[in-house]
Ligand binder design. Structure first.
Ligand SMILES: Cc1cc2nc3c(=O)[nH]c(=O)nc-3n(C[C@H](O)[C@H](O)[C@H](O)COP(=O)(O)OP(=O)(O)OC[C@H]3O[C@@H](n4cnc5c(N)ncnc54)[C@H](O)[C@@H]3O)c2cc1C
Length: 424
């Protein structure tokens, strides 16, 4: 999305490894009981719509970017419904959990409230220290420790605190929530999604660009201003914007000075279409601190909009389209482990009564999904600086190694593309 947005305003060529536009946000379709992905919705509408990285909801973003996305693909707006599910007690709590303590029961709520109110966050080095000091032992052992361990694939005790806005701490809101009076909070309280699917945005942007599909970049020679492609050809460039993960761009450019790079984690996203189980939640997504299969979040596409379901299953409440996330650190898990995860997740969700009779199951793997930093690390700044000095401009969520959503990524691409156009 970042690269397409940039090229759409500056007449650049987009080199894209895949055969479709959209990167992690690419939508695809799976017919019930028929393995294999369809790139487009079939004419009869009889397919689940899934996304490569799971449900991609448009939040935040500058008004002009949202207006542009809306013009490309009309948006529908939604108010977030999300929760935390404690399997051991079969109990749901509102999200963010610190603003919904009452849902943990009165005794736990009182204990957690007392700990949060008297917390001394100080100057924590790691994410684990930050959460423990900010929220105290009760809420940490109930939620943050098991959830963050799964979400960061075990890194949370070693990485720097990050994403504070995802975990807002307002004592007034914590106190209100302990009395059962919570108000929605966080970065995605409302969000939007195109009526025609996110693929409509990627397709419309790509239609304004010269995209060379199936073109994989293997190496960048910043001094010769060339890129080497997997098909053996070499291209020259004037200006190069890279939306690849920062560590990849650095290594491809051979500007890597052997410094220990900041870590990233990947995610396996299991997209499922199934008969709706009797206990299937009505929320848009649910955080899971207690899953045997290692799932940390499950989202229900069709609780947002039923156009994610095959047309014959819409409006009846009989079926569900889910995305089920599990993080990993290090290299992509081998196929045997991917298969084990698929089987374990389906078994667990069936046992919970969330799904029955799976009719579409498709696993996607995002190798670089979340980027982190080691405490005190300056790797990110140095890497960006080294690339920019060599005339390679890293852009986007992965290019600049920071959390941002689609709207912000598109906004950044538009700004970078405009700067290129104006510098000519
Ligand atoms: C699990 C998950 C859930 C998310 N949920 C949301 C959400 O709900 N809402 C939201 O706003 N954002 C969400 N995001 C963030 C969103 O995905 C990113 O902001 C967005 O995808 C960034 O787009 P990008 O174009 O910068 O990167 P990418 O989508 O990674 O694009 C990079 C492109 O480079 C191509 N490429 C890779 N290697 C090569 C190569 N060697 N040669 C040529 N091409 C190559 C890829 O195929 C891809 O098309 C989520 C991210 C993840 C991981």
């Amino acid at each position: 999305m970042t690269g397409l947005a940039a090229a759409s305003v500056c007449d650049a060529v987009v080199l894209e490894r895949e055969s479709r536009p959209g990167g992690i946000c690419t939508s695809y379709y799976v017919r019930p009981e028929t393995p294999g992905r369809l790139p487009d919705a079939p004419a009869d509408g009889e397919a689940y719509r899934f996304e490569i990285g799971g449900g991609h909801w448009i939040f935040g973003g500058a008004p002009h970017v949202l207006a542009m996305i809306d013009a490309l693909a009309p948006l529908e707006r939604h108010a977030r419904r999300s929760s935390v599910y404690f399997r051991s007690q079969d109990r749901y709590a509102g999200f963010p959990i610190q603003h919904n303590l009452r849902d943990l029961g009165e005794a736990t709520a009182a204990k957690a409230l007392a700990e949060i109110v008297s917390a001394q966050p100080g100057n924590p080095r790691t994410m684990a220290e930050w959460l423990e000091r900010s929220f105290g032992p009760t809420l940490c052992s109930a939620f943050f420790a098991p959830f963050q361990a799964a979400y960061t694939a075990g890194l949370w005790t070693r990485i720097a605190p990050q994403d504070g806005y995802k975990t807002p701490v307002s004592i007034a809101e914590v106190e209100r929530g302990a009395r059962g009076l919570s108000t929605p909070a966080g970065y995605n309280v409302t969000f939007a999604y195109p009526r025609g699917g996110l693929d409509a945005v990627a397709r419309s942007l790509a239609a304004r660009c010269d995209v060379r599909y199936g073109t994989e970049v293997l190496a960048i020679d910043a001094s010769a201003r060339t890129v080497a492609l997997a098909d053996g050809t070499t291209w020259s460039y004037d200006r190069l914007l890279s939306t690849l993960p920062l560590d990849r761009t650095l290594a491809m450019s051979k500007l890597d000075r052997g410094e220990h790079p900041d870590p990233s984690t990947g995610v396996m996203v299991l997209n499922l279409g199934a008969r709706r189980g009797p206990a299937c939640p009505n929320d848009h997504w649910i955080y899971l601190p207690e899953s045997e299969a290692g799932m940390h979040r499950v989202g229900c596409y069709d609780n947002v909009a039923d156009h994610f379901l095959p047309s014959s299953r819409r409006g009846m409440g009989t079926h569900v389209a889910l995305y089920v996330e599990r993080a990993f650190a290090g290299p992509r898990p081998p196929m045997s482990e991917q298969r084990r995860y698929v089987a374990a997740a389906i078994e667990e969700l069936s046992r919970w009564g969330w799904i029955a009779n799976v009719e579409a199951s498709d696993l996607t793997v995002v190798d670089c999904a979340y980027t982190w930093s080691w405490p005190g690390s300056r790797w990110r700044e140095r890497a960006i600086d080294a690339l920019e000095k060599a005339g390679v401009q890293p852009i986007g969520r992965y290019g600049r190694w920071r959390f941002q959503g689609i709207a912000e990524s598109i906004g950044e691409g538009l700004a970078a593309g405009t700067a290129v156009r104006e510098s000519r």
